[in-house]
Each structure stands twice: as structure tokens, then as C-alpha cells.
Design a protein around this ligand. Structure first.
Ligand SMILES: [Zn+2]
Length: 345
């Protein structure tokens, strides 16, 4: 067994290459995309969507395993669909990670399902104290060093959108706790079970595995492996044919690269992401090469004393200009990698 701290849910009684659009399906507002849809991926494994967001479910004779209920509206719609199509209860809900645009809506299934997530979700789902310090990367933005982020300090970051709503005490600046709300706050039902390195669900003769691959897009990310279906679900962490989105908000470098290397070692054929279309193992390798080159170029630039703006202007990642959202994310990826790597120092 490669994993020292293997955690088996089986101890519980329940036993327990498609063509790509020029612009990503996840781009912008999602105008023109279906509100809700279910598509069969392979065998009894399905993807469901709400506009830009995709979750998954596996149907077994003893019930259904749902991955990422997405939000309350999507989950309520999905529950009706599952009742109508299969007449089976949802026995497990897996949260891929703690970001509330994927792991909300668990309450819809809470009466029949056990909810599972990585153990780092436990801390991430708790609001930081009102006086908690900004994270190192946020401190880079806090140019007046008052411990809060004013709107002028977050221009161009994800915090600029909806700034007023996040500033709940209306003092004109965002505290760490107010920033936290954007990704984690909301009506999230926490997991019933947390695992550390690996977990396995057996239900109706089928298996679903959760693998912790280290820090990447978040520090609580599970890659969900469906061994019989030879499929992995990688949500925001690995999107085939698309670079990581925008400024890599909340991400960890260089850990993300090592995490992709671990995914390469898993035994699968299909990647089903939380955005965009499914891909293959070749897409993991491409993504790892992209991030590896990005981290290397930005690290060299930092070592040479170059500014963020100089790196944005010179690290063009041209070998990857065929990727979805390259024009949207390339400069933001460079700026984000700079901020993450320089805050590690
Ligand atoms: Zn996320």
C-alpha cells in the first residue's frame, strides 16, 4: 500500500478526445449554456451540470454516490432527477474540496447520505477570528499596511467583484474573515467523515476511492477515482486543455506540480473536471508541463530581481497558446505565481 494512513470507510455497516470550443465552456457568465443537464460518461457514471459547474454521480444497486452537490439549487434539481430516473437514495456525498461553489447543497441529501471530505476541510470551513491576520499573499496587496484590503488594493483580483457585499462591517476594508467568506462562507453542511490520505467507499458492489494528492488549487483537495470506470474527477485542480484559472487564487506552488505528478501515477483513462469537457491522461501531463515551466520561469525571474510586471510581459508560455482561456489566464497565471512564490520566501 503506497499510503501510510489508509482510511477505509468499508468498516462502516453500509459498506459503507472530444473537440474543444475556442472559448471555454466555463468562460465568463456561461451565457447560452444549459442551466442543468445530466450526461452519461461511462457505465453507471454520470456528469451533471449547472451552467459552468459539473459534479458527478455513480449509480449502484444499493444507492447513489454524488460528488460535489454544487449548491442548493443544483442539488435539489439533481435529487428530483435521481428519484425520477433511478428511484434510489443518495448514500454518500463526496466533497472534492471546501470551495462553496462546488461543496454547497449537501443539506439536500443529508437525510440519507454520509458526507465525506478531506480533513483539511475541517479548518477551512470555520471562519477565521475577526482579528486574524491577512494571509501572506494578501499582505502583498495591503500596500498601506493597515491589515485590511481596501478596494483600490484589490483591483484586478477576484475580490474586486462583489467587494461591497464582502465588506460586511462596511468599514471600507476587508479583513481576513471577510475575505474567507468569498470562497468558504455560506450554508455548507460539513462532512460527517474526514479522511487523511486515502478513503474508499464500497456500495452495491462498486468502489469509489478518494486520494489526497497534497496541496494544489486548495489544501483540502480530493481526487476521486472510479476504478472500474477508469475515471478520475479533478474539479478545479486539473482542467483538461485549460490552464489553471486566472490568478491561481488560494493555490499552492510549487506543491501543485508535485500533486499533478501523483495524479499521473493513478490508473485511469478519463479525467472528468468540474468545468469544461472530459479529457485523458495526456492532459495531466500537458498541465504538469505547463505549471512546471511557469513555476520555473517565475522562480528564475524572482531570483534575478525582476518585478511582477516584467515577468507578466516576458513569460508568454507560447507553447500553450492553444489552451482554452490562454488569453484570459496567461498573464494572471504569471502574476499569481509571482505572488505565491514570493510570499513563500
Ligand atoms: Zn475551487
Amino acid at each position: 500500500m503506497r499510503y501510510g494512513l489508509m482510511f477505509l470507510v468499508t468498516a462502516m455497516t453500509a459498506y459503507l478526445g472530444l473537440p474543444q470550443p475556442a472559448l471555454g465552456q466555463g468562460f465568463g457568465t456561461g451565457k447560452g449554456l444549459p442551466r442543468h443537464e445530466i450526461t452519461n460518461l461511462t457505465g453507471d457514471l454520470y456528469r451533471f451540470r449547472q451552467v459552468r459547474h459539473f459534479g458527478m454521480f455513480l449509480v449502484t444497486t444499493d444507492g447513489i454516490v454524488v460528488v460535489d452537490p454544487t449548491n442548493s439549487e443544483a442539488a435539489a434539481w439533481l435529487k428530483d432527477q435521481l428519484d425520477e430516473r433511478f428511484g434510489l437514495p443518495v448514500k454518500y456525498v463526496i466533497y472534492s474540496h471546501s470551495h462553496n461553489d462546488h461543496s454547497s447543497g449537501g443539506e439536500v441529501f443529508a437525510d440519507t447520505a454520509t458526507i465525506i471530505g478531506h480533513e483539511n476541510m475541517r479548518k477551512n470551513l470555520v471562519s477565521p477570528a475577526a482579528d486574524a491576520a491577512l494571509l501572506p499573499r494578501e499582505q502583498l496587496w495591503d500596500t498601506n499596511h493597515d491589515g485590511l484590503l481596501q478596494k483600490t488594493e484589490v483591483e484586478g483580483t477576484a475580490l474586486a467583484n462583489g467587494f461591497a457585499a464582502l465588506d460586511s462591517d462596511r468599514n471600507g476594508g476587508l479583513s481576513r474573515a471577510e475575505v474567507w467568506v468569498r470562497q468558504f462562507g455560506g450554508e455548507q453542511v460539513p462532512p460527517d467523515i474526514y479522511y487523511a490520505d486515502r478513503a474508499s467507499i464500497n456500495l452495491g458492489g462498486k468502489t469509489v476511492e478518494l486520494h489526497y494528492m497534497g496541496r494544489n488549487h486548495s489544501d483540502d483537495m480530493s481526487v476521486v477515482l472510479f476504478p472500474e470506470e477508469r475515471t478520475i474527477y479533478t474539479v478545479d485542480f486539473l482542467t483538461p486543455k485549460r490552464p489553471p484559472r486566472a490568478d491561481l487564487g488560494g493555490g499552492f506552488l510549487p506543491d501543485w506540480v508535485a500533486s499533478l505528478r501523483r495524479v499521473e501515477q493513478l490508473d485511469f483513462d478519463i479525467i472528468s473536471p468540474g468545468h469544461e469537457l472530459p479529457g485523458t491522461k495526456a492532459d495531466v501531463i500537458e498541465q504538469r508541463h505547463y505549471l512546471e515551466e511557469l513555476v520555473e520561469a517565475v522562480s528564475e525571474g524572482i531570483a534575478a530581481g525582476r518585478t511582477k510586471q516584467q515577468l507578466v510581459e516576458t513569460i508568454l508560455m507560447e507553447d500553450y497558446d492553444h489552451l482554452i482561456e490562454y488569453d484570459f489566464s496567461r498573464a494572471r497565471n504569471v502574476a499569481g505565481a509571482y505572488e505565491i512564490l514570493i510570499s513563500n520566501e
